[in-house]
Design a protein around this ligand. Structure first.
Ligand code: G
Ligand code: G
Ligand code: MN
Ligand code: NA
Length: 259
């Protein structure tokens, strides 16, 4: 069986799951949101990293059903967190971030499909954030611009993921009504040792703020980096220093303890 065939059967076999990584306030140290990240534990292949199977899902178009599945799982899960007896209420009202692939963004029915999931699950749109990478946003296809407008009309939030690894025009950032920039972890990782990475991180924070955006640093792995980012006025932090992406029961325990 090819990996494509394996992947096709993975949902039916229950081999896929969604893990969640917390995002916290740099100053408040409050839990602000969680990012949904797909995991595949294959009976035949073992644990397959997303960097291997997402590209195959994209090439084969399977990412449409996978992406829809992740969104529905994550929204249904978020609804279960709106109960003060779950994790001591620590996950009530947090943001929920879901990654979108370029293939999904090219699908003209994307906004309608997302609206249907919001309606089916009861997920309030203002708590959902969709992550689009910088390179996806800059694809010149005029349809991308229309899609972004259609997504914003749903009332969801939009963030630019892996920011700094592609190239964007400031005019695009302004025009697209983006809510957040997520600084790519490659810059954050070495920012205390590499002056160029520190300069880039500082510049992205300043750019984000001058455009009225919130800035999230990804890949925060230690306390010194968290403190430096906080000193640079970066308002939101995500990374292994706080928590790895976790399965639901572990995330709930983490959130309860963090409260
Ligand atoms: O979780 P991890 O760092 O292993 O993820 C690797 C890559 O896979 C990241 O770039 C992440 O955005 C992507 N990824 C994980 N889950 C999803 C998903 O549900 N949809 C899409 N499109 N990409 C995902
Ligand atoms: O591209 P995207 O930002 O969606 O990918 C998120 C991925 O980054 C997740 O798969 C997660 O496992 C990984 N990640 C999250 N925090 C850290 C971190 O602190 N260090 C490293 N190396 N990877 C991280
Ligand atoms: Mn992401
Ligand atoms: Na990223």
């Amino acid at each position: 069986q090819t990996m494509e065939q394996q992947l096709r059967r993975a949902i039916e076999r229950g081999e896929l799951s969604v893990h969640y990584q917390p995002r916290v306030g740099a100053r408040s140290a409050q839990l602000l949101g969680v990012e949904a990240l797909l995991r595949w534990n294959s009976a035949l292949l073992g644990s397959v990293p997303p960097s291997e199977f997402i590209p195959i899902a994209e090439e084969t178009g399977l990412i449409r059903s996978l992406g829809a599945w992740v969104l529905e799982q994550a929204c249904a899960q978020w609804m279960r967190w709106q109960d003060s007896t779950v994790a001591g209420g620590a996950l009530m009202g947090v943001g929920l971030s879901v990654n979108l692939s370029a293939v999904q963004l090219a699908d003209p029915s994307l906004a309608a499909d997302i609206r249907a999931v919001l309606e089916r699950t009861g997920m309030p749109e203002q708590h959902l954030e969709l992550e689009i990478t910088e390179s996806q946003l800059m694809e010149s296809a005029p349809s991308v611009a229309d899609q972004v407008v259609a997504l914003k009309l749903l009332g969801v939030q939009l963030s630019i993921d892996d920011f700094g690894t592609g190239y964007s025009s400031l005019a695009y950032l302004k025009r697209f009504d983006i809510d957040r920039l997520k600084i790519d972890k490659s810059f954050v990782h070495d920012m205390l040792d590499d002056p160029a990475d520190l300069a880039i991180t500082r510049a992205i924070i300043s750019l984000g703020h001058s455009l009225g955006l919130k800035v999230v640093a990804e890949g925060v792995e230690n306390r010194a980096t968290a403190q430096m980012l906080s000193a640079l006025a970066c308002e939101e932090l995500q990374g292994f220093y706080f928590s790895r992406p976790l399965p639901v029961p572990e995330l709930e325990r983490w959130a309860h303890a963090y409260l």
